[in-house]
Design a binder for this molecule. Structure first.
Ligand SMILES: Nc1ncnc2c1ncn2[C@@H]1O[C@H](COP(=O)(O)OP(=O)(O)OP(=O)(O)O)[C@@H](O)[C@H]1O
Ligand SMILES: O=P(O)(O)O[C@H]1[C@H](O)[C@@H](O)[C@H](OP(=O)(O)O)[C@@H](OP(=O)(O)O)[C@H]1O
Ligand SMILES: [Mg+2]
Ligand SMILES: [Mg+2]
Length: 347
């Protein structure tokens, strides 16, 4: 039997991400399908590691960026998932959502956008009626920077202007939208899209706003999955009957974002306006999210790796001036990895 070519996907991930993402179930499935997942030592030059058919990373710092840049110059056909400058757009909550506002997608029965928001750089502006005056309360105060640190996830639901005064800029003040306590997380892996439901903040009634003092601090309210069945309270509070947004809308947004941001791996959070019923707000986009929480993540990610390395292999083959054996080998390896592409929405 002819031996198939194998591919090496190098990954550079922070320890927590490595622990959650690099599960034996993923490594084994990828291995069966001809993909070796190999850790990259970010303390050593990339050029003495590999060779790689693809580099996957969620790792920050100027040194790492310089390494990647240098490696990309020496290996121009190597897919780097994803370009650091493209990822950086998601580290700022203003540039992150700007891209949603710029999407040109025909909106018919269902419409989407982003909540009204302003950026505040200094404490003085928090007491400046001119700056904050246009916002409708309650608002959510979010750290401007979304760099994965615990601090960047610390939010406050602020009911009145007075509640702003103790906040520490730089931050984004975003109007809170009543959405029935359910958020939809849409995972994107290349052209694969998967929507899951999560618990969110409960609606705030206008009467309550008047009688509620100050603000409420919270962090990562929507990160627990429905697989965590021990938490009954979670189940009771999650409106399982909540209808999913139309798939066509989600796939249109996913495709638009993927192209505009030049990113393959991200998720976005979207909520449905309780009042309008057919209007949606994208409120957050995350680079390389917790894919292990996505159903069948092993298959989805392995299919994706296969797609990437096969595309590279085919391109290298087409570019090569040497005809015959080398190219045959590459084409053979392409058929070895074939996977299914899918678009799904959890019911
Ligand atoms: N404009 C909004 N209106 C209503 N609820 C909101 C709004 N923005 C955020 N939320 C709630 O706050 C939660 C956290 O907000 P956001 O997703 O922006 O933070 P994050 O820390 O970046 O989240 P993640 O863990 O997904 O990265 C959301 O999951 C949702 O429950
Ligand atoms: O630590 P940072 O870089 O901020 O990234 C987080 C994302 O912001 C979250 O969206 C991820 O959780 P979800 O996959 O539930 O969205 C979350 O997944 P995790 O709970 O598996 O760590 C992280 O990927
Ligand atoms: Mg979020
Ligand atoms: Mg986020």
């Amino acid at each position: 039997m002819e031996e198939s070519q194998r591919f090496t996907v190098g990954y550079a991930l922070a320890p927590k991400k490595k622990q959650s993402f690099i599960q034996p179930s993923l490594v084994n499935l990828a291995c069966e399908r001809g993909i070796d997942l190999v850790p990259i030592d970010t303390d050593r030059p990339l050029s003495v590691q590999g060779p790689f058919d693809c580099v996957l990373h969620k790792f920050y710092g100027e040194e790492w960026k310089a390494q990647l840049r240098d490696y990309a110059v020496k290996n121009p056909s190597l897919p780097i998932i994803d370009p650091p400058d493209a990822i950086e757009r998601l580290h700022n909550r203003i540039s992150m959502l700007q891209v949603v506002s710029e999407l040109e997608i025909p909106q018919e029965k269902e419409t989407f956008g982003i909540p009204s928001q302003i950026v505040v750089y200094d404490s003085m502006a928090l007491s400046d009626y001119g700056a904050v005056g246009a916002l409708r309360f309650p608002v959510i105060a979010k750290p401007l920077v979304a760099d994965g640190s615990a601090k960047s996830h610390k939010m406050s639901l602020v009911y009145h202007r007075a509640g702003l005064l103790k906040l520490k800029p730089p931050l984004v003040l975003q109007e809170f939208v009543n959405h029935g306590g359910v958020i939809f997380k849409v995972y994107v892996v290349g052209d694969y899209v998967k929507c899951v439901k999560r618990k969110s903040l409960p609606d705030v009634s206008l009467e309550n706003v008047d009688s509620t003092e100050g603000s409420l601090s919270f962090s990562q309210v929507s990160n627990m999955t429905t697989q965590n069945r021990n938490n009954e309270e979670y189940y009771e509070s999650l409106h399982l009957e909540a209808e999913m947004p139309p798939l066509s809308l989600l796939t249109d947004i996913a495709r638009g974002l993927r192209q505009a941001m030049r990113l393959h791996l991200f998720n976005f959070d979207i909520i449905r306006d309780s009042k309008a019923g057919n209007h949606y707000y994208v409120i957050d986009i995350n680079y390389f999210p917790g894919y292990a929480k996505m159903p069948s993540y092993e298959t989805v990610l392995t299919d994706f790796f296969c797609d990437i390395v096969n595309k590279k292999s085919a391109e290298d083959g087409a570019d090569s001036t040497v005809e015959g054996k080398g190219n045959e080998m590459k084409l053979l390896s392409s058929t070895y990895c074939g996977g299914t592409k899918d678009v799904e929405s959890e019911r």
